[in-house]
Write a protein that binds this ligand. Structure first.
Ligand code: 2IT
Length: 447
């Protein structure tokens, strides 16, 4: 069987040699699900893996728009509708200069299993554009979003494909895209999620990803007989996810001693809490993409230029920035620091070899596709809210989110246990996510 899985991996590598991020997640997931394929030869017979690694549909389109100087700009837009076995394609849109099919296919592939783990009726997809909203005026962002949606609108719908935000796409961008979608489709539906609460959005969606990560981390610690309260934490990243994570860590009595940005990290032994949490938002809103001013404002803290925060000794590490931000060198720091817990917030923030190294050295790893699934889970609640033409309360949302995260941890822990893998949440999440999709695909025939 080892040979079989390797053949799938090699075939994907041969077909898409220029998409390393996509190949990284394919390799990670397929190596994990080997025991499931061994137990289910009918999956092999049905070409399940060959079908899974190929998006059901990939759309690429031109996005022409006019900048504030009257100059025509052209970007490339994409949507990869990866798998609809469990429900409408669901997943975010990323606007960043490095967006190309390899990044969106890695995100779309991860999204299939993440969405499956939520237990909700959502398939997997991802899209975006090689557009950088940083440094653009509000009017330029609006014109870009409208141009992007002028093409995407014909491919999406509340029961077909429901995009949301990701890096570079927040409430503002979703608002502009939703406005354009509504105008072109001439109906007010939940076709985009992550909308503002004044705009059909779900209360608590902004915080949901970060809150969910902390609920997941709490379950990991609980499983190992430990408590989150009193633990020291290091969090990377500068967006919504890091912010929600820091908030919930504080609420549950943990202490965030380091946060980071593209320019370096802040060490604050007193804890990033209270007005300092709000200041994280101010820093982001400044559009400068730097954390250094934090140390000027709060002199008890220290700014360490050009370094990643993984060299700081802590009990729990939560990377919330972007893919592959933690490599071997960083993993070695984390192990040297005697860490016991590492919970991924960003999508695929750790290289495959770094994950292996952490696990081999006794660090409990919470994989992103399980730990950050609270964001998309709340997006599905937003779809439900819009479809029933009601407004949910924040308390309802948080209660649902917490029980979904507790259940995801349970599913992942039970799946690795079932296959004799001990407490390996990385493999467990892949297996549990895969099993639900596989069962649905088997029932739907070769499509
Ligand atoms: O990576 C993710 O799960 C997201 N960017 C959110 C997807 C969604 O549809 O809410």
């Amino acid at each position: 069987m080892g040979n079989l899985v390797q053949k799938y991996i090699d075939a994907t590598k041969a077909k898409y040699p220029h998409e390393p991020e996509f190949l990284q997640t394919v390799e990670e997931v397929l190596l994990s699900i080997e025991p499931v394929l061994e137990a289910h030869p009918e999956y092999v017979e049905a070409g399940l893996v060959e079908r899974l690694v190929e998006p059901e549909r990939g759309i690429q389109f031109r996005v022409p728009w006019v900048d504030d100087n009257g100059k025509v700009q052209v970007n490339t837009g994409y949507r990869f509708e990866f798998n609809s076995a469990l429900g409408p394609y669901k997943g975010g849109l990323r606007f960043a200069p490095n967006v190309y099919p390899g990044i969106l296919k890695f995100l779309g592939f991860e999204q299939i299993f993440k969405n499956s783990l939520t237990g909700l009726p959502i398939g997997g997809g991802k899209g975006g554009a090689d557009f950088d909203p940083n440094g653009k005026s509000d009017a330029e962002v609006m014109r870009f979003c409208q141009a992007f949606m002028s093409e995407l609108f014909r491919h999406i719908g509340p029961d077909t494909d429901v995009p949301a935000g990701d890096l570079g796409v927040g409430g503002r961008e979703i608002g502009y895209m939703f406005g354009q979608y509504k105008k072109l489709a001439n109906c007010y539906t939940g076709t985009l999620t992550g909308k503002g609460t004044d705009n059909g959005g779900l209360a608590g969606r902004t915080e949901a990803t970060g809150y969910g990560i902390v609920f997941f981390a709490r379950e990991m610690l609980k499983h190992c007989g430990e408590e989150l309260a009193g633990k020291t934490c290091v969090v990377s990243g500068f967006g919504n996810v890091a912010w929600g994570t820091v908030q919930k860590l504080n609420q549950l009595g943990a202490k965030v001693i380091a946060i980071s940005g593209p320019d370096g990290y802040i060490l604050d032994e007193d804890g990033v809490k209270g007005e300092k949490e709000d200041y994280m938002l101010e820093l982001r809103a400044s559009g400068k993409n730097i954390v250094a001013p934090y140390a000027d404002k709060f002199p008890e803290s220290k700014f360490v230029a050009g370094k990643k925060p993984w060299e700081v000794k802590a009990d729990l590490y939560i990377p919330c920035a972007t893919q592959n931000e933690v490599g071997m060198e960083d993993a070695k720091h984390i192990v040297e620091n005697g860490a016991k817990f590492y919970c991924e917030g960003a999508n695929m923030p750790t290289t495959n070899e770094a994950v292996e190294y952490l696990q081999e050295n006794g660090v409990v790893v919470g994989p992103a596709k399980a730990a950050n699934a609270g964001g998309v889970a709340c997006s599905c609640l937003e779809m439900a809210q819009n479809a029933e033409h009601l407004i949910w309360s924040e308390d309802d949302v948080y209660a649902q989110l917490e029980s979904i995260m507790v259940n995801i941890h349970k599913l992942a822990a039970e799946a690795c246990e079932k296959y004799g893998l001990g407490y390996d949440l990385v493999k467990g999440a892949n297996i549990a996510g895969f099993e639900r999709v596989a069962k649905a695909m088997m029932l739907q025939g070769i499509v």
